[in-house]
Design a protein around this ligand. Structure first.
Ligand code: GAP
Length: 513
């Protein structure tokens, strides 16, 4: 746990120090759970968004894009269920006056049981060595069985209580488990209450004529209300998808863990419209496709797992998360939901407009069913950034901090470094930059010894360093250093573009999906 905390602190401080993420309005002491993306952060974020967009819209001829407005007619949110059901169950500790999500307190308790079981398993691995059979141990060891069955029971009870909207039972569970406030240590709790997560605002100048609006809590509804427009103007045939990226806003109460849970964040969502009855086939299809997209980035298969939802949202008949091993453990990165025909039907009812598709093969109209893939861009950023950040011990015993970002996502693809600040070397470096900048983000650095400059570029995640030295003047060659292997090779200036392109080209990476 301590290691995890340390690692996470390093991630946050590195993100600030190297111009990736700043606290919003920092000069005014910041705004809680709101962050700004700095000079390198915005590039990484744009590159992730582009990688998602191309994989969705360019690579699938039956998926098109959309950019709907953040403000939407307020009835949208009545129809979608957000006005009535987009709530978090909250509980206050009377002594610390701190507010918590009741379900998160219980989940944290369950996670502690999980960790206890894991500790027992780790001890047994040490004790039995190669002869250890983990499966047998988990199913027979009384301690492990006790921890895991208690964990399952707690989560089941919580799930049932929330499903039945029985908040008294949620509080009973917290008291029975003797969960204490992490700040005051006391068990002096208020009742559990529901709290709506949408931010309200007003449209219009005068107080009496102003219309109450919400900042959208998800981008998905912008897709649903445009279903018929896109289908007709794009002459789309089922199955087809609409993709969009954009800001979403939620008044998160337990807003912590850096950019993992923010109040203003960005989503990348795709709604895929299918024939009723075929939705579970497409659900499996998109689960596999989305996992492959993640795996193509090479952050390690072991860092991903599926988690099927026990408690389904009011609109879903199947749902799973792709969880990622963040510095604070496995948590939701992306959701894949089979949303049935709930949204389109609800919008039909509230708007009085038909949102149907005439299927020529079936010779009938129907409200399509929907499979949704929904990923937070900021969470994706955190997964990439935290995994890429590594502390390496080199052969000579020295250490280097390196940000091993997938080259396709790196903010700057190459840094051009004159060995010395004289003898015409800076001028050659500038010529190289002026040539490469039409294809890639490239930077120039002439300050400090070359070794220090390499380290600086490693820490910021630049995949290539190009060094111009005195030999360059004679034969038009430079050294190119690879960030991950630190290997250097002598190459012709005229070959630089193709060498870099091979590693960073979006098309090469899209081929891996
Ligand atoms: N349209 C479905 C939907 O919005 P969700 O599970 O509430 O589903 C989808 O959100 C994704 O959006 C999550 O998997 C997560 O990556 C991201 N997300 C949700 N709330 C977030 C927050 N407060 N901060 C950052 N990302 C968030």
């Amino acid at each position: 746990m301590k290691n995890q905390e340390d690692k996470f602190k390093k991630v946050i401080s590195h993100a600030k120090e190297y111009g990736y993420v700043f606290q919003s309005s920092e000069i005014y002491d910041g705004l809680s759970a709101v962050y700004d993306y700095a000079q390198n952060g915005v590039e990484l974020k744009n590159n992730i968004r582009e990688y998602w967009w191309k994989a969705m819209v360019q690579m699938n001829e039956n998926i098109v894009g959309l950019d709907s407005a953040i403000f939407m007619h307020p009835t949208t949110w009545k129809a979608s269920g957000h006005v009535d059901a987009f709530n978090d169950p909250l509980i206050d500790n009377k002594d610390s006056k701190k507010r918590y999500r009741a379900d998160v307190l219980i989940e944290d308790y369950a996670e502690k049981l999980n960790l206890k079981a894991k500790k027992e398993i780790a001890k047994a691995v040490k004790r039995f060595g190669d002869a250890f059979n983990e499966n047998e141990f988990i199913t027979t060891n009384p301690r492990v069985l006790k921890y895991l069955s208690k964990r399952d029971e707690v989560l089941k009870r919580m799930g049932e209580s929330l499903e039945n909207e029985d908040l008294v039972e949620v509080k009973n569970l917290i008291e029975e488990l003797e969960i204490a406030c992490p700040v005051s240590g006391s068990k002096n709790w208020t009742d559990v209450k529901q709290f709506n997560l949408m931010f309200g605002t007003k449209l219009g100048a005068s107080a009496d004529s102003a219309m109450d609006l919400y900042l959208r809590p998800e981008t998905a509804q912008g897709i649903f209300v445009n279903f018929a427009n896109v289908q007709k103007t794009g002459r789309m045939k089922i199955p087809f998808g609409i993709a969009q990226t954009g800001k979403a806003f939620r008044n998160e109460i337990v807003a912590r863990q850096f950019i993992f849970r923010m109040r203003e964040f960005e989503q990348m969502e795709m709604q895929f419209f299918v024939r009723p009855g075929e939705e579970l086939k497409w659900y499996e299809h998109w689960k596999e496709k989305r996992l492959n997209w993640h795996l193509s980035l090479g952050l390690g298969k072991e860092n991903y797992r599926f988690h099927d939802h026990d408690k389904l949202a009011h609109y879903a008949n199947a749902a799973a998360d792709i969880e990622f091993d963040f510095p604070f453990g496995f948590k939701e990165l992306e959701g894949i939901h089979s949303r049935t025909d709930f949204d389109l039907k609800a919008h039909e009812e509230h708007s009085g407009k038909k949102l149907q598709f005439f299927d020529h093969e079936m010779n009938k109209s129907y409200v399509p069913y929907v499979i949704e893939t929904s990923i937070g861009l900021d969470r994706m950023f955190l997964s990439v950034f935290s995994t890429a950040l590594q502390n390496e011990v080199l052969e000579d015993g020295s250490e280097r901090i390196v940000l091993k970002l997938p080259a396709v996502l790196a903010p700057t693809k190459a840094a051009v470094l004159p060995l010395v600040k004289k003898d015409g070397l800076p001028e050659i470096a500038r010529t190289i930059i002026n040539d490469l900048k039409f294809d890639f983000n490239v930077s120039y650095d002439e300050k400090d010894a070359i070794g220090r400059r390499y380290r600086r570029q490693d820490a910021v995640g630049t995949p290539f360093c190009i060094t111009v030295d005195h030999e360059t003047k004679n034969d038009d060659t430079v050294t190119i250093r690879h960030r991950d292997t630190m290997q250097q090779e002598r190459v012709k200036i005229s070959d630089l573009k193709s060498i870099i392109l091979k590693e960073v080209s979006l098309s090469n990476w899209l081929h891996k999906i």
